[in-house]
Write a protein that binds this ligand. Structure first.
Ligand SMILES: [Zn+2]
Length: 145
């Protein structure tokens, strides 16, 4: 006997908020950024001048753009941020893709970049950035040269 909207109808209005929130979140990650010339999505398209983030080789063949909202982490309670991408050589790309974290850590320890990290800091200063890299990785892209 009443024309008032019933409870079911109100519920369907509330449910419409969910997809809108997700859409906004997805868009926020694709904000335009001031990339240098020849860069796409915060990472270079050429390996020139880059070195492998794991072993330090300058024979890089792959680049992994990183999700900007996932690159921040804490090392011994101090804030750190990975760059907008990691470049990898062919060998390290294979090791990373295989999921062999221990092999990747070994290679990192033998490179000039990470060799100053003492044994007791390996978990905090090598494994952790490697985990953050894996978490933020947007996928491998083959470099042009
Ligand atoms: Zn490498």
């Amino acid at each position: 006997m009443s024309d008032c909207p019933n409870g079911d109808r109100q519920a369907s209005i509330w449910n419409m908020d969910g997809p809108d929130d997700e859409f906004t979140f997805g868009e926020a990650r694709r904000l335009p950024s001031p990339d240098p010339q020849g860069w796409v999505d915060g990472s270079p398209t050429s390996g020139r001048g880059q070195s492998c983030a794991i072993c330090g080789s300058d024979e890089v063949a792959w680049v992994h753009p990183l999700a900007r909202d996932l690159v921040a982490y804490r090392e011994y309670g101090k804030g750190h941020t990975l760059p907008t991408f990691w470049a990898l050589c062919d060998r390290c790309e294979g090791i990373y893709a295989s999921g062999d974290v221990d092999a990747a850590v070994e290679l990192m320890r033998s490179s000039d970049v990470w060799s100053s990290v003492p044994d007791e800091d390996v978990t905090e200063c090598i494994r952790k950035p490697l985990e953050v890299f894996r978490r933020a990785d947007l996928g491998a892209r083959r470099l042009d040269d």
